[in-house]
Design a protein around this ligand. Structure first.
Ligand SMILES: [Zn+2]
Length: 458
C-alpha cells in the first residue's frame, strides 16, 4: 500500500472510530475548566534568551502568566493544556510538574501538555540554557533556582485549579493568518546567518481554539503562531511577554473575563519583522489579537470528544565528534565554546559521552476535529509544513517548545545547510554538535506513531 492510500485508510478509520453517535446526536460535549496564575519574578532576576545580557532585570512592563485549560470528555478522560510566558520549561521542571499532577490529580504524563511563549524578556528557567549564564553570582543563581522551585508549585496549582473549574462547555476552532513572521536564515558568503530571508519558508497560520459556556459566553481562547517571540533584543532589561504577552493582554482587555492563552508553534527559524523596539512588540501583539478576534467572530468548526492523548520521549542522536575537536575548542577565546568543550571533555573522561538528547513528543487528539502535535525543543518551520501536509485530514496544530527546550530541532534541509539552527546553537545548549541525518525522519516517525496510537485502533 502506498503511503497516501495508507494515510487515507488511517484517516477514514479515525472518522468511524472517533465519532461517538451519542455525542453527535445529543450535543453531549466537553467539560472545560480555566485557571491562571501570575508568575512574574518578584525582584531583579537574570533574563533568558540572549547571551549578550550582562546583568539582572530592571523593572516589569507587564505580568507574566501561567494559564491552564482542562478538558474532559463524557467518559471522564481529561487533558490539561498549560501555557506560560516563559522562554521554555526545562525537563527538570516539566517532569516534576507532571509527577505532582499525577499524584494530586490522577493525570497521566500524556494528559498534561506544558507549553511556552518563548519570550526572551522573561526570567531564566533554571537549568535551561545554563551554559549561557556563567556570570551569575551565587546569590543570583540561588534566586533563579528558587524561581524554578516556585514555578513548579505554581504550575501544579494552576493545573489543579483548571480541573476544579470543570463545567459544561462548547469547543470550536478556526484559522486566521498574520504576516509579521519572517524566515531569519539569511544566505551569506559562508553558509547562513541570522538575518532576514523574505523568500524563505514561513507558516503564517493562526490557529484559534474557542472555549465557551453552553450559553455561548466565551471563557477562553487558545491561539498560536510560528515565530520567535523576540521582537525585543538583548538590550531589553524590563520583564515582559514580548508580542505574545501584548496579544494576550489585548484580547483580555477587549473581552473582559476571558482567558487568552498563547503557545508558540514551530517558529525556531522565524523572527518578527520589524523588530527591536517595545512599540513593535505591542504592534505585533495587536495584529495577532485583532486576527484572533476576527476568527472568533466568524464561523468556527465544532470540536467534539473524545479526548485521546499519547506521549513519548524519542532519542535524537548526535553525529559523532572526535575528542580532538573539544580539546581544540577548549582553547577558544569564545567563553561559550570553552564551556561547551569543557563539559564534553568531562563527559568523555567520565566514560559517559553525550550521544543523544530525548525529545518529548505528545499528541492530544480531540475527536476527529482537532489534533495537537506538541514537540519539545526549538522546532523549525519545516516540521509544521510537512506534518500539516502529510496528515492533512487530522486538523493539526503543530506546537514547538513544549515540555522541554533542550536544543534546536532542525529539519534535514536546515541540518544540511548548517548555521545557527542547523548546529551552531548547540554550543549554548552545552551539547556536542549537529544531529545525524536521521533527525527529521525520527521526529516525523514518532509523530506518525503517536497519531496512530491516538486514533483508537490500539
Ligand atoms: Zn529560540
Amino acid at each position: 500500500m502506498n503511503r497516501r492510500l495508507a494515510l487515507w485508510v488511517l484517516f477514514l478509520t479515525c472518522i468511524v472510530l472517533l465519532t461517538p453517535p451519542r455525542a453527535r446526536a445529543a450535543g453531549e460535549a466537553f467539560k472545560a475548566g480555566v485557571a491562571r496564575k501570575a508568575i512574574t519574578p518578584t525582584g531583579p532576576v537574570w533574563m533568558s534568551g540572549y547571551a549578550a545580557r550582562t546583568h539582572a532585570s530592571e523593572g516589569v512592563i507587564h505580568d507574566l502568566w501561567a494559564k491552564a485549560l482542562a478538558l474532559e470528555d463524557p467518559s471522564g478522560r481529561r487533558v490539561v493544556i498549560v501555557t506560560t510566558d516563559l522562554i521554555g520549561l526545562p525537563r527538570e521542571v516539566s517532569a516534576e510538574v507532571a509527577a505532582r499532577a499525577r499524584k494530586q490529580y490522577g493525570l497521566e504524563r500524556s494528559q498534561v501538555l506544558l507549553c511556552s511563549s518563548h519570550t526572551h524578556a522573561g526570567p531564566v528557567v533554571w537549568p535551561n540554557l545554563k551554559t549561557m549564564y556563567d556570570l551569575l553570582t551565587p546569590a543570583e543563581r540561588e534566586s533563579l533556582q528558587q524561581y524554578a522551585r516556585r514555578l513548579v508549585g505554581d504550575l501544579v496549582s494552576v493545573v489543579g485549579a483548571a480541573v476544579a473549574d470543570l463545567a459544561p462547555a462548547q469547543v470550536s476552532m478556526g484559522h486566521g493568518s498574520v504576516g509579521f513572521a519572517m524566515n531569519r536564515r539569511q544566505a551569506v558568503a559562508k553558509g547562513y546567518a541570522i538575518g532576514s530571508n523574505p523568500k524563505g519558508p514561513v507558516d503564517h497560520d493562526v490557529p484559534v481554539v474557542k472555549v465557551a459556556a453552553p450559553d455561548g459566553k466565551l471563557r477562553a481562547v487558545l491561539f498560536g503562531y510560528a515565530c520567535h517571540n523576540t521582537t525585543l533584543g538583548g538590550d531589553e532589561y524590563r520583564i515582559n511577554g514580548d508580542y505574545a504577552g501584548f496579544a494576550q493582554i489585548e484580547l483580555e482587555k477587549a473581552m473582559p473575563g476571558v482567558t487568552a492563552m498563547f503557545t508558540i508553534l514551530c517558529g525556531a527559524d522565524q523572527n518578527p519583522s520589524p523588530r527591536g523596539k517595545m512599540e513593535m512588540a505591542a504592534e505585533h501583539g495587536k495584529a495577532l489579537a485583532d486576527e484572533v478576534r476576527r476568527v472568533l467572530a466568524g464561523s468556527l468548526c465544532p470540536v467534539r470528544p473524545p479526548v485521546r492523548t499519547a506521549y513519548e520521549d524519542v532519542s535524537l542522536e548526535f553525529a559523532p565528534q572526535p575528542r580532538s575537536k573539544f580539546e581544540e575548542e577548549a582553547k577558544s577565546k569564545d567563553r561559550f565554546r570553552r564551556h561547551r568543550a569543557e563539559a564534553m571533555l568531562a563527559a568523555l573522561d567520565a566514560g559517559h559521552p553525550v550521544r543523544d538528547v530525548l525529545l518529548p513528543v505528545q499528541v492530544v487528539r480531540l475527536g476527529n476535529d482537532l489534533t495537537l502535535v506538541a514537540l519539545g525543543g526549538e522546532v523549525v518551520v519545516d516540521y509544521a509544513l510537512r506534518l500539516k501536509r502529510e496528515f492533512a485530514g487530522t486538523h493539526l496544530i503543530v506546537i514547538g517548545y513544549a515540555n522541554d527546550v533542550m536544543c534546536y530541532i532542525p529539519s534535514q534541509r536546515v541540518l544540511r545547510e548548517g548555521g545557527y539552527e542547523g548546529g551552531d546553537a548547540m554550543i549554548y545548549y552545552g551539547l556536542p554538535g549537529p544531529f545525524t541525518d536521521a533527525v527529521e525522519e525520527t521526529v516525523v516517525g514518532a509523530c506518525r506513531r503517536l497519531l496512530e496510537r491516538t486514533c483508537g485502533m490500539h
